[in-house]
Design a protein around this ligand. Structure first.
Ligand code: PLP
Length: 369
């Protein structure tokens, strides 16, 4: 109901549906870092008026240099884009896959980008009984049966929060397929520098890694992300990109954000503690919580509850709390929701509203029963 345009975080739609102002919601339906944006970007905003008259650097050179130094890869292995969303689209257009294998459930944009080009999707079902972990058995079966020339995987995956083992990626590359790995949420992982596969992507012919800067730095409004691949691959993507796709404010904000080491450390520390706390509290409400490496949790409603995810979304929205109806992800049934992890006070409001809705449904006293 709230995913009219296919995503969470649509406050305008929520405002229309619930008749409340956009500012009045606690939004757990989009996964932004609640500690952000980093204070380092304030100066950029204050001084930006001076730069607005000029075109942005068409190659985002300063930001690319900062990213290259950070990841230990050459600058020409990076393409800065208008959000990770643009890189997903460009990668698929450059590869032109016949069949694309997707581990389901996953971020909708992978399938949308493929379908837009008339490509076919081969679903690799992730097993709820294995807490949605992608394993060798699923990968080997897909290599044998799918005929896929592209595998698109999220690590951490959205909506499950699970990481993909690097061994599986190399197995796929060895099979001769292309791999696009979406690391949009990897900044939240404490040893991100060891887990990321950007260096491998910078060397490998058929491997692209996609990163987002909007989630960790909490700047989705400016649209900023990047793709990493072999320079020859990146040059193919660049040829498909609209000129000046990344505006100068986004470029400057990106650079300032990457300099803020204190924000980075604080965010990672906060998440480890808060995720455990929220997981424990949700389990106390009999929610089934999928173990997550990201800043969001995939939940299944208690067996005893009569509510569906869409009914719960409606009841929560009426209470000013927005959650994602995850039953809309292919591979999940009508009892899954996804919630972002936010600051303690907001998380407490989420828990209170969830508890009220579950009790009301049990009593038959709420509209939801
Ligand atoms: C897994 C995943 N990848 C990519 C994106 C797109 O990110 P961006 O805002 O950088 O375009 C999203 C946005 O929700 C996402 O969930």
């Amino acid at each position: 109901m709230l995913e009219r345009y296919g995503h969470g975080g649509d406050l305008r739609t929520a405002s229309e549906v619930f008749g409340r102002s956009t500012e009045s919601f606690d939004d757990f339906s989009s996964n932004m870092n609640p500690l952000g944006p980093p204070p380092s970007i304030r100066n950029v905003l204050a001084g930006y008026l001076e730069h607005i008259h000029a075109y942005p650097d068409p190659a985002s050179r300063a930001l690319k240099k900062t990213l290259a130094d950070r990841h230990g890869i050459p600058e020409n292995a990076i393409l800065v884009g208008n959000g990770a969303a643009e890189s997903i689209d460009l990668a698929v257009r450059a590869i032109k896959p016949g069949v694309t294998a997707l581990a389901m459930p996953c971020f909708d944009e992978y399938g949308d980008a493929v379908r837009k080009l008339g490509g076919e999707i081969y679903p690799i079902p992730l097993d709820a009984a294995k807490e949605f972990e992608l394993g060798e058995a699923e990968i080997d079966a897909a290599i044998e049966r799918s005929g896929a020339d592209l595998y698109m995987l999220g690590s951490p995956n959205n909506p499950t929060g699970r990481l993909v083992d690097s061994g599986l990626i190399y197995r796929l590359l060895d099979s001769g397929a292309h791999v696009v790995l979406d690391e949009a949420f990897l900044d939240f992982v404490p040893d991100e520098g060891k887990v990321t596969l950007v260096q491998a992507a910078a060397r490998h012919e058929r491997f692209i890694v996609i990163r987002s800067m909007t989630k960790f730095y909490s700047v989705p409004g400016i649209r900023l992300g990047y793709a990493v691949g072999k320079p020859s691959t990146i040059s193919r993507l660049r040829k498909l990109q609209v000129p000046w796709s990344v505006n100068s404010l986004a470029q400057q904000i990106g650079e300032a954000a990457l300099m803020d080491a204190e924000f980075e450390a604080r965010s990672r520390q906060w998440l480890v503690t808060e995720r455990q706390w929220l997981t424990d509290e949700l389990r106390r409400l009999d929610m089934q919580v999928t173990p997550s490496e990201a800043n969001y949790l995939l939940l299944r409603l208690p067996e005893s509850s009569r509510l569906s995810a869409s009914q719960l979304q409606l009841e929560m929205g009426r209470r000013g709390v927005l959650i994602r109806d995850a039953s809309r992800f292919q591979g999940l049934d009508h009892r899954y929701i996804r919630v972002a992890i936010k600051l303690r006070e907001q998380n407490e409001r989420l828990l209170r509203a969830l508890s009220e809705c579950l009790v009301a449904a049990e009593d038959g006293s709420g509209d939801s029963a």
